[in-house]
Design a protein. Structure first.
Length: 584
């Protein structure tokens, strides 16, 4: 029925699972592992990012065996087995279910006097195909309703990763089965996603209630809801959603991962007559990766060239600008990460790379004995016109920004960002520090002014290695708001930055330069207020858009005063857009 493109391999065995006269576990099965597509634990064939998939679903999506997908072979523990199934060896003994035996016939047992092995095997292997929810149902593992994440353990020189519900090093993540479930309120016929949008794990309690609700946990995905095998299909929404098993108290191993549809293959109780068709499980498996329809090509996000920031790390951010279109290698961007060091002093890092399938990948540069993609440079001591030089320092950094399905990432669920239509996940490392930040454009495209001077600007080869980001928005040629970040050397030749904002009138602006006085490190808790002090002035003159793809031009004059004395200044320096004009 499912027609996988490659074989699904099952490790099946007998074991003494016990039981009594009235109740017994006849069999159980599970995928041998789950994988998730996120920056440090990639499963790149998966349709949904930051979402757990059973290995069987990943094999189906990849058209490759587990070893082919994940790499390796028997020498490193990969035996190409995707499902582990165990059948109860005690079935048929006198003290288990009254001695009732398995029926092993290929044709149906018309007498229904035994437990149909084929029906049981179909039921259990369907669990192995991914018919299993990962929301926690065991209080010994963590909060009921909690999502699953990853715990990485290091023993000696080797690392191992396991799925867990608490003390997570990565996650928590949705899982593709539970993404398709809903919490139904029968009192007013409303429903919300079972995984749901949440902040700081606030959805755990709602999921915990749904898991013991009897009729409040249902399957909401349209393929199964509209299927002729759904016994509720003619009822009004959401009563037409198939019921999932949600008894009170929770039944470990059965709650959530079974249906309540009478006679269905995936019913929580072994039914009579025992089914030998997939029933409701076939349309329910479809959104989990088992649809037989031709898949559509993926569509990748095209990010807005803009200033991007994480509202959980106010004052940090990055200037992200398009500098070259390329259909073959991916469009080329520059990224300037403006941030603070361990002492709260402003500093910035630079990356240049390509946007490939909605992911910005910084280009590798050799730094000492290592490669880096996020670069820290110092200036020469001479700050005169045309004399600045940059020397790459031995600080190893890296950056990747993924703009695909970022709202699913745990990084984007620490605060409510539901008002944003475009998000990204910035994964960075600098020295021994690292982070996954949820970023959004500071100025959305529909607020850009006309003419649009948004972009990265510099003084050209005549005076290289200082520059600025200009954002102008909410206005037109006669008047708009302007925000400027200036990147320049401090008195010691270290890269630093300051900001200015005000009004741009007919291409001209006189602005006060400000430096933040309570900056904080990248891994620190943000202060409650943003304190700044004036450090100089900036004048922008005659900003003029170029025709077509020609960069805009203008002049800049500024004086930035160093705290201990001295200054960095330029007078009527010609500047031009380094990045492509917005929309080009």
């Amino acid at each position: 029925t499912l027609q996988p493109p490659v074989p699904i391999t099952i490790h099946a065995c007998w074991a003494h699972l016990g039981g009594n006269a009235n109740r017994a576990i006849v069999a159980n099965a599970t995928p041998v592992t789950f994988i998730v597509d996120e920056p440090d634990y990639g499963g790149y064939v998966l349709p949904l990012r930051y979402t757990w998939y059973a290995i069987t679903e990943a094999v189906r999506a990849a058209g490759a065996s587990q070893c082919g997908l994940l790499g390796g072979g028997p020498t490193n523990g990969c035996d190409n087995e995707e499902i582990l199934a165990t059948f109860n060896e005690d079935i048929g003994t006198s003290n288990v279910l009254g001695g009732e035996q398995f029926y092993f016939g290929y044709t149906a047992d018309t007498n229904q006097s035994s437990i149909d092995f084929v029906s049981v095997a179909m039921h259990e292997l369907t669990h192995g195909l991914g018919f299993i929810g990962l929301a926690n149902t065991d209080s010994t593992l963590g909060p009921i309703g909690a999502k699953a994440g990853i715990v990485t353990k290091t023993v000696g020189n080797s690392q191992s990763s396991t799925i867990d519900y608490q003390n997570l090093t990565q996650g928590p993540y949705d899982d593709v089965y539970d993404v398709n479930a809903a919490i139904v309120n029968p009192a007013n016929n409303t429903y919300t996603p079972f995984m749901g949008y949440e902040v700081n794990g606030a959805g755990d309690a709602a999921r915990a209630d749904a898991l013991v609700s009897f009729n409040g946990l249902r399957w909401s995905e349209a393929t199964a809801v509209n299927s002729p095998v759904n016994q509720n299909r003619n009822m009004p929404v959401p009563q037409n959603f198939p019921l999932l098993h949600a008894p009170n108290p929770i039944e470990n191993g059965s709650t959530l991962s079974h249906t309540e549809q009478f006679g269905d293959l995936m019913n929580a109780v072994y039914p009579y007559p025992p089914p030998r068709t997939m029933g409701l499980s076939q349309p329910m498996l479809a959104p989990l990766g088992w649809a037989t329809a031709t898949a559509s090509a993926p569509v990748y996000t095209q990010p807005v060239p803009s200033n991007w920031f994480d509202r959980s790390h106010a004052g940090h951010g990055f200037d992200f600008q398009l500098v070259k279109r390329s259909s073959g290698l991916g469009d080329e961007y520059i990224l300037v990460f403006y941030t603070y060091d361990a002492n709260g002093k402003p500093e910035w890092y630079f990356a240049q790379g390509n946007l490939v399938d909605g992911v910005f990948l910084g280009g590798l540069v050799n730094v000492g004995e290592h490669n880096a993609t996020l670069l820290y440079s110092t200036y020469g001591s001479n700050h005169g016109l045309g004399q600045l030089q940059l020397t790459q320092q031995d600080i190893i950094g890296s950056v990747v920004v993924d703009f695909n399905q970022a709202s699913r990432s745990p990084a984007c669920r620490n605060v409510d960002r539901s008002d944003q239509s475009m998000l990204g996940v910035m994964s960075w490392t600098i020295g021994n520090d690292s982070g996954n930040w949820c970023v959004e454009p500071l100025i959305p495209l529909n607020r850009h002014a006309t003419p649009d001077f948004n972009g990265h600007w510099y003084a050209g080869l005549a005076d290289p290695n200082w520059g600025m980001e200009i954002l102008n928005y909410d206005g037109n040629a006669s008047s708009s708001t302007v925000f400027v970040l200036v990147y320049y050397p401090d008195a010691n030749g270290l890269p630093t930055w300051a900001v200015a904002s005000g009004t741009l009138s007919n291409g001209n602006a006189n602005l006060q330069m400000l430096a933040r006085t309570n900056g904080y490190c990248r891994t620190c808790t943000p202060p409650s207020t943003n304190a700044t002090s004036p450090i100089g002035t900036l004048t922008l003159s005659s900003l003029t858009p170029g025709p077509g793809t020609v960069p805009a031009t203008g002049t800049a004059s500024f004086t930035i005063n160093y705290p201990g004395g001295g200054s960095f200044s330029r007078s009527n320096d010609p500047i031009t857009q380094l990045s492509l004009p917005t929309g080009q």
